[in-house]
Design a protein around this ligand. Structure first.
Ligand code: PLP
Length: 338
Protein backbone atom coordinates (compact mmCIF):
# COMPACT_ATOMS: atom_id res chain seq x y z
CA UNK A 1 0.00 0.00 0.00
CA UNK A 2 1.67 3.21 -1.12
CA UNK A 3 -1.16 5.74 -0.71
CA UNK A 4 0.86 7.68 1.85
CA UNK A 5 4.03 7.52 -0.25
CA UNK A 6 2.60 8.92 -3.47
CA UNK A 7 3.81 12.51 -4.08
CA UNK A 8 1.13 14.93 -2.95
CA UNK A 9 1.06 18.72 -2.88
CA UNK A 10 -1.12 19.62 0.06
CA UNK A 11 -3.19 22.62 -0.84
CA UNK A 12 -6.75 21.43 -0.18
CA UNK A 13 -8.55 22.41 3.02
CA UNK A 14 -9.09 18.99 4.56
CA UNK A 15 -10.93 17.25 6.06
CA UNK A 16 -14.01 18.81 4.52
CA UNK A 17 -16.97 18.94 6.93
CA UNK A 18 -19.77 16.42 7.02
CA UNK A 19 -23.10 18.00 7.91
CA UNK A 20 -26.55 16.71 8.69
CA UNK A 21 -29.28 18.04 6.37
CA UNK A 22 -32.15 17.80 8.83
CA UNK A 23 -34.71 19.95 7.07
CA UNK A 24 -34.08 18.25 3.74
CA UNK A 25 -34.47 14.81 5.39
CA UNK A 26 -37.72 15.90 6.98
CA UNK A 27 -39.11 17.45 3.78
CA UNK A 28 -38.42 14.21 1.91
CA UNK A 29 -40.07 12.08 4.53
CA UNK A 30 -37.41 10.12 6.23
CA UNK A 31 -33.95 9.00 5.24
CA UNK A 32 -31.19 10.63 7.19
CA UNK A 33 -29.20 12.78 4.79
CA UNK A 34 -25.64 13.94 5.40
CA UNK A 35 -23.70 16.23 3.11
CA UNK A 36 -19.95 15.75 2.66
CA UNK A 37 -18.87 19.27 1.80
CA UNK A 38 -16.30 18.85 -0.97
CA UNK A 39 -17.48 22.20 -2.29
CA UNK A 40 -15.29 23.46 0.58
CA UNK A 41 -11.91 22.05 -0.51
CA UNK A 42 -10.65 25.62 -0.89
CA UNK A 43 -8.40 27.14 -3.60
CA UNK A 44 -10.59 29.53 -5.58
CA UNK A 45 -14.04 28.13 -4.88
CA UNK A 46 -13.20 24.51 -4.16
CA UNK A 47 -14.92 21.45 -5.59
CA UNK A 48 -13.87 17.89 -6.30
CA UNK A 49 -11.06 18.64 -8.76
CA UNK A 50 -8.89 20.09 -5.97
CA UNK A 51 -8.41 16.66 -4.36
CA UNK A 52 -7.39 15.14 -7.70
CA UNK A 53 -5.00 18.01 -8.33
CA UNK A 54 -3.12 17.46 -5.07
CA UNK A 55 -1.71 14.33 -6.71
CA UNK A 56 -1.59 15.56 -10.33
CA UNK A 57 0.27 18.79 -9.59
CA UNK A 58 2.71 16.80 -7.41
CA UNK A 59 3.25 14.43 -10.34
CA UNK A 60 3.87 17.41 -12.67
CA UNK A 61 6.48 18.78 -10.25
CA UNK A 62 8.08 15.35 -9.91
CA UNK A 63 8.44 15.25 -13.71
CA UNK A 64 10.02 18.73 -13.68
CA UNK A 65 7.19 20.15 -15.79
CA UNK A 66 7.08 23.93 -16.11
CA UNK A 67 3.68 24.28 -17.77
CA UNK A 68 0.38 22.47 -17.22
CA UNK A 69 -1.91 21.91 -20.21
CA UNK A 70 -5.52 21.60 -19.09
CA UNK A 71 -8.61 20.83 -21.18
CA UNK A 72 -12.38 21.31 -21.02
CA UNK A 73 -15.06 23.87 -21.80
CA UNK A 74 -14.80 27.61 -21.12
CA UNK A 75 -17.00 27.08 -18.04
CA UNK A 76 -15.07 24.02 -16.80
CA UNK A 77 -14.55 23.72 -13.04
CA UNK A 78 -11.60 21.45 -13.77
CA UNK A 79 -9.80 24.00 -15.97
CA UNK A 80 -10.34 26.74 -13.38
CA UNK A 81 -9.13 24.51 -10.52
CA UNK A 82 -6.08 23.36 -12.49
CA UNK A 83 -5.08 26.93 -13.35
CA UNK A 84 -5.49 28.02 -9.72
CA UNK A 85 -3.43 25.22 -8.24
CA UNK A 86 -0.75 25.42 -10.96
CA UNK A 87 -0.24 29.12 -10.21
CA UNK A 88 -0.02 28.32 -6.51
CA UNK A 89 3.10 26.21 -7.10
CA UNK A 90 4.56 28.48 -9.78
CA UNK A 91 3.63 26.55 -12.93
CA UNK A 92 2.30 28.17 -16.10
CA UNK A 93 -1.06 27.09 -17.54
CA UNK A 94 -2.29 26.66 -21.09
CA UNK A 95 -6.07 26.15 -21.16
CA UNK A 96 -7.33 24.25 -24.23
CA UNK A 97 -11.09 24.68 -24.57
CA UNK A 98 -13.78 23.46 -26.94
CA UNK A 99 -16.00 25.96 -28.74
CA UNK A 100 -15.16 29.56 -29.41
CA UNK A 101 -13.94 32.32 -27.11
CA UNK A 102 -16.89 33.59 -25.02
CA UNK A 103 -17.43 37.27 -25.58
CA UNK A 104 -18.33 37.88 -21.95
CA UNK A 105 -16.23 37.26 -18.87
CA UNK A 106 -18.21 35.35 -16.30
CA UNK A 107 -18.14 32.33 -13.99
CA UNK A 108 -15.26 29.90 -14.37
CA UNK A 109 -14.14 31.45 -17.64
CA UNK A 110 -13.39 34.76 -15.96
CA UNK A 111 -11.09 33.02 -13.47
CA UNK A 112 -9.52 30.78 -16.11
CA UNK A 113 -8.75 33.72 -18.34
CA UNK A 114 -7.09 35.68 -15.56
CA UNK A 115 -5.03 32.70 -14.40
CA UNK A 116 -3.91 31.22 -17.73
CA UNK A 117 -0.81 32.07 -19.70
CA UNK A 118 -2.43 31.05 -22.97
CA UNK A 119 -5.98 30.26 -24.10
CA UNK A 120 -6.60 27.93 -27.05
CA UNK A 121 -10.05 27.31 -28.58
CA UNK A 122 -10.78 24.38 -30.89
CA UNK A 123 -13.60 26.29 -32.62
CA UNK A 124 -15.98 23.31 -32.52
CA UNK A 125 -18.47 22.38 -29.81
CA UNK A 126 -17.50 18.68 -29.74
CA UNK A 127 -16.05 18.14 -26.26
CA UNK A 128 -13.49 15.58 -27.43
CA UNK A 129 -11.99 18.13 -29.86
CA UNK A 130 -9.72 19.31 -27.03
CA UNK A 131 -7.96 15.95 -26.71
CA UNK A 132 -6.18 16.14 -30.10
CA UNK A 133 -5.55 19.85 -29.83
CA UNK A 134 -3.96 19.45 -26.39
CA UNK A 135 -1.49 16.90 -27.82
CA UNK A 136 -0.56 19.40 -30.53
CA UNK A 137 -0.11 22.15 -27.95
CA UNK A 138 2.20 19.87 -25.94
CA UNK A 139 4.24 19.15 -29.08
CA UNK A 140 4.58 22.86 -29.78
CA UNK A 141 5.62 23.56 -26.19
CA UNK A 142 8.24 20.80 -26.29
CA UNK A 143 9.71 22.20 -29.53
CA UNK A 144 10.00 25.53 -27.76
CA UNK A 145 12.04 23.90 -25.00
CA UNK A 146 9.26 23.73 -22.43
CA UNK A 147 8.22 20.69 -20.36
CA UNK A 148 4.42 20.38 -20.49
CA UNK A 149 2.28 18.19 -18.22
CA UNK A 150 -1.05 17.26 -19.78
CA UNK A 151 -4.12 16.87 -17.59
CA UNK A 152 -6.96 15.19 -19.53
CA UNK A 153 -10.62 16.28 -19.32
CA UNK A 154 -12.02 16.06 -15.83
CA UNK A 155 -8.54 15.18 -14.51
CA UNK A 156 -9.91 11.65 -14.86
CA UNK A 157 -6.76 9.57 -14.71
CA UNK A 158 -5.67 7.21 -11.99
CA UNK A 159 -3.26 9.61 -10.27
CA UNK A 160 -6.15 12.07 -9.91
CA UNK A 161 -8.58 9.39 -8.74
CA UNK A 162 -6.18 8.67 -5.86
CA UNK A 163 -7.45 11.92 -4.34
CA UNK A 164 -10.79 10.17 -3.88
CA UNK A 165 -9.30 6.99 -2.46
CA UNK A 166 -8.02 9.38 0.14
CA UNK A 167 -11.45 10.99 0.50
CA UNK A 168 -13.00 7.56 1.18
CA UNK A 169 -10.53 7.12 4.03
CA UNK A 170 -11.30 10.59 5.39
CA UNK A 171 -15.05 9.96 5.19
CA UNK A 172 -14.83 6.54 6.88
CA UNK A 173 -12.99 8.15 9.79
CA UNK A 174 -15.61 10.88 10.09
CA UNK A 175 -18.48 8.40 9.98
CA UNK A 176 -16.83 6.30 12.67
CA UNK A 177 -16.08 9.30 14.89
CA UNK A 178 -19.65 10.55 14.62
CA UNK A 179 -21.23 7.14 14.90
CA UNK A 180 -22.98 7.41 11.53
CA UNK A 181 -23.95 4.14 9.89
CA UNK A 182 -24.28 5.07 6.22
CA UNK A 183 -26.00 2.86 3.62
CA UNK A 184 -25.08 4.83 0.50
CA UNK A 185 -22.71 7.50 -0.69
CA UNK A 186 -24.26 9.31 -3.65
CA UNK A 187 -22.50 11.73 -5.99
CA UNK A 188 -22.72 13.23 -9.49
CA UNK A 189 -20.54 11.40 -12.02
CA UNK A 190 -19.14 12.97 -15.18
CA UNK A 191 -15.71 11.82 -16.31
CA UNK A 192 -15.97 9.17 -13.56
CA UNK A 193 -12.64 9.77 -11.77
CA UNK A 194 -14.27 10.80 -8.51
CA UNK A 195 -16.51 7.76 -8.33
CA UNK A 196 -13.69 5.42 -9.42
CA UNK A 197 -11.46 6.67 -6.60
CA UNK A 198 -14.27 6.26 -4.08
CA UNK A 199 -15.01 2.75 -5.37
CA UNK A 200 -11.39 1.73 -4.81
CA UNK A 201 -11.34 3.36 -1.37
CA UNK A 202 -14.60 1.73 -0.32
CA UNK A 203 -13.42 -1.70 -1.47
CA UNK A 204 -10.06 -1.30 0.23
CA UNK A 205 -11.65 -0.23 3.53
CA UNK A 206 -14.54 -2.72 3.23
CA UNK A 207 -17.06 0.04 3.71
CA UNK A 208 -20.62 -0.89 4.59
CA UNK A 209 -22.05 1.72 2.21
CA UNK A 210 -22.60 1.48 -1.54
CA UNK A 211 -21.11 4.10 -3.85
CA UNK A 212 -23.74 5.34 -6.32
CA UNK A 213 -23.18 7.78 -9.16
CA UNK A 214 -25.87 9.95 -10.71
CA UNK A 215 -24.75 10.30 -14.32
CA UNK A 216 -24.73 13.87 -15.62
CA UNK A 217 -22.58 13.56 -18.71
CA UNK A 218 -22.05 10.20 -20.39
CA UNK A 219 -24.33 7.26 -21.26
CA UNK A 220 -24.53 4.39 -18.80
CA UNK A 221 -22.54 1.74 -20.68
CA UNK A 222 -19.68 4.14 -21.38
CA UNK A 223 -19.68 5.32 -17.76
CA UNK A 224 -19.53 1.78 -16.39
CA UNK A 225 -16.62 0.96 -18.70
CA UNK A 226 -14.81 4.07 -17.55
CA UNK A 227 -15.51 3.36 -13.87
CA UNK A 228 -14.15 -0.18 -14.06
CA UNK A 229 -11.15 0.82 -16.19
CA UNK A 230 -10.22 3.82 -14.03
CA UNK A 231 -10.67 1.87 -10.78
CA UNK A 232 -8.39 -0.89 -12.04
CA UNK A 233 -5.74 1.61 -13.11
CA UNK A 234 -5.99 3.33 -9.72
CA UNK A 235 -5.50 -0.01 -7.97
CA UNK A 236 -2.43 -0.55 -10.14
CA UNK A 237 -1.07 2.94 -9.39
CA UNK A 238 -1.40 2.20 -5.68
CA UNK A 239 -0.01 -1.33 -5.93
CA UNK A 240 -3.09 -2.69 -4.16
CA UNK A 241 -4.44 -6.19 -4.36
CA UNK A 242 -8.15 -5.63 -5.00
CA UNK A 243 -10.60 -6.66 -7.65
CA UNK A 244 -13.27 -4.36 -9.12
CA UNK A 245 -16.03 -5.53 -11.46
CA UNK A 246 -19.04 -4.00 -13.18
CA UNK A 247 -21.08 -4.94 -10.11
CA UNK A 248 -19.20 -2.30 -8.14
CA UNK A 249 -20.09 0.42 -10.67
CA UNK A 250 -23.54 1.56 -9.48
CA UNK A 251 -25.01 4.27 -11.65
CA UNK A 252 -28.33 5.97 -12.40
CA UNK A 253 -28.86 7.49 -15.84
CA UNK A 254 -32.36 8.96 -15.47
CA UNK A 255 -31.38 12.47 -14.45
CA UNK A 256 -29.23 13.83 -17.29
CA UNK A 257 -32.23 15.38 -19.09
CA UNK A 258 -31.37 16.72 -22.54
CA UNK A 259 -27.65 16.30 -22.03
CA UNK A 260 -24.48 17.51 -20.34
CA UNK A 261 -24.75 21.05 -19.02
CA UNK A 262 -28.39 21.42 -20.11
CA UNK A 263 -30.33 22.34 -16.96
CA UNK A 264 -33.43 20.31 -16.00
CA UNK A 265 -36.67 21.30 -14.31
CA UNK A 266 -36.08 18.71 -11.58
CA UNK A 267 -32.59 20.16 -11.09
CA UNK A 268 -34.05 23.63 -10.59
CA UNK A 269 -36.47 22.26 -8.02
CA UNK A 270 -33.59 20.56 -6.22
CA UNK A 271 -31.61 23.81 -6.34
CA UNK A 272 -34.47 25.69 -4.67
CA UNK A 273 -34.99 22.98 -2.08
CA UNK A 274 -31.34 22.76 -1.04
CA UNK A 275 -30.90 26.51 -0.84
CA UNK A 276 -34.20 27.29 0.90
CA UNK A 277 -34.01 24.43 3.40
CA UNK A 278 -30.28 24.09 4.06
CA UNK A 279 -28.64 27.26 2.79
CA UNK A 280 -26.72 25.01 0.42
CA UNK A 281 -26.01 26.10 -3.15
CA UNK A 282 -26.06 23.60 -6.00
CA UNK A 283 -24.82 24.19 -9.54
CA UNK A 284 -26.99 23.52 -12.61
CA UNK A 285 -24.59 21.13 -14.41
CA UNK A 286 -23.65 18.53 -11.78
CA UNK A 287 -24.94 18.89 -8.25
CA UNK A 288 -28.52 20.01 -8.98
CA UNK A 289 -29.02 16.93 -11.13
CA UNK A 290 -27.48 14.70 -8.45
CA UNK A 291 -29.77 16.04 -5.75
CA UNK A 292 -32.74 15.83 -8.16
CA UNK A 293 -31.80 12.15 -8.48
CA UNK A 294 -31.66 11.67 -4.72
CA UNK A 295 -35.07 13.33 -4.33
CA UNK A 296 -36.57 11.05 -6.97
CA UNK A 297 -34.96 7.89 -5.54
CA UNK A 298 -36.46 8.74 -2.16
CA UNK A 299 -39.88 9.65 -3.54
CA UNK A 300 -40.03 6.51 -5.66
CA UNK A 301 -39.13 4.33 -2.67
CA UNK A 302 -35.81 3.12 -4.11
CA UNK A 303 -34.20 4.72 -1.05
CA UNK A 304 -36.08 3.69 2.12
CA UNK A 305 -37.06 6.10 4.85
CA UNK A 306 -34.96 4.19 7.39
CA UNK A 307 -31.74 4.50 5.40
CA UNK A 308 -28.86 6.86 6.00
CA UNK A 309 -27.29 8.43 2.95
CA UNK A 310 -24.33 10.69 2.39
CA UNK A 311 -24.45 13.09 -0.53
CA UNK A 312 -21.01 14.15 -1.77
CA UNK A 313 -21.32 17.82 -2.69
CA UNK A 314 -18.72 18.19 -5.45
CA UNK A 315 -18.93 22.00 -5.74
CA UNK A 316 -19.34 23.93 -8.99
CA UNK A 317 -20.53 27.21 -7.43
CA UNK A 318 -18.89 29.43 -10.10
CA UNK A 319 -21.47 28.04 -12.54
CA UNK A 320 -24.07 30.03 -10.60
CA UNK A 321 -22.34 33.14 -11.87
CA UNK A 322 -22.38 31.97 -15.45
CA UNK A 323 -24.98 33.51 -17.73
CA UNK A 324 -25.86 29.98 -18.86
CA UNK A 325 -26.90 28.83 -15.39
CA UNK A 326 -30.37 28.07 -16.69
CA UNK A 327 -32.26 29.65 -13.82
CA UNK A 328 -35.15 31.95 -14.51
CA UNK A 329 -35.77 35.04 -12.39
CA UNK A 330 -38.74 33.13 -10.94
CA UNK A 331 -36.45 30.45 -9.53
CA UNK A 332 -35.00 33.00 -7.14
CA UNK A 333 -38.34 34.46 -6.05
CA UNK A 334 -39.04 34.09 -2.31
CA UNK A 335 -41.83 31.56 -1.77
CA UNK A 336 -43.43 33.13 1.25
CA UNK A 337 -43.26 36.59 2.71
CA UNK A 338 -41.94 36.87 6.24
C1 PLP B 1 -16.09 17.53 -12.52
C2 PLP B 1 -17.23 17.64 -11.62
C3 PLP B 1 -17.99 16.51 -11.26
C4 PLP B 1 -17.76 15.16 -11.86
O1 PLP B 1 -16.60 14.54 -11.38
P1 PLP B 1 -15.95 13.39 -12.26
O2 PLP B 1 -14.79 12.95 -11.50
O3 PLP B 1 -15.58 14.05 -13.56
O4 PLP B 1 -16.97 12.34 -12.48
C5 PLP B 1 -19.03 16.67 -10.37
N1 PLP B 1 -19.31 17.87 -9.83
C6 PLP B 1 -18.62 18.99 -10.15
C7 PLP B 1 -19.03 20.26 -9.53
C8 PLP B 1 -17.55 18.91 -11.04
O5 PLP B 1 -16.87 20.01 -11.36
Amino acid sequence: MILTELPRTRFATLPTPIEKAERLSEALGGPEIYVKRDDMTGRAMGGNKIRKLEYLIADALRQDADVVVTTGGPQSNCVRSTATTAKHVGLDTVAVMYGTRPDKLYGNFMMTKVLSDELVFTGVSDRSSVDRRAEEVCERLRSAGRTPYLIPRGAAISIGAVGYVNCALELMNQLMDQDIDADRLILPSGSCGTQAGLMVGAKWLQSSFRIEGILVSRPRAESIDRLVDLSRKTIETLGMDLSITEDDANTYDDYIGDGFAVPTRAGRDAFRMASKLEGLFLDPVYTSKAVAGIVDLIESGEINSDETIVYLHTGGEPLLFSLEHGMADDDFEPEKPY
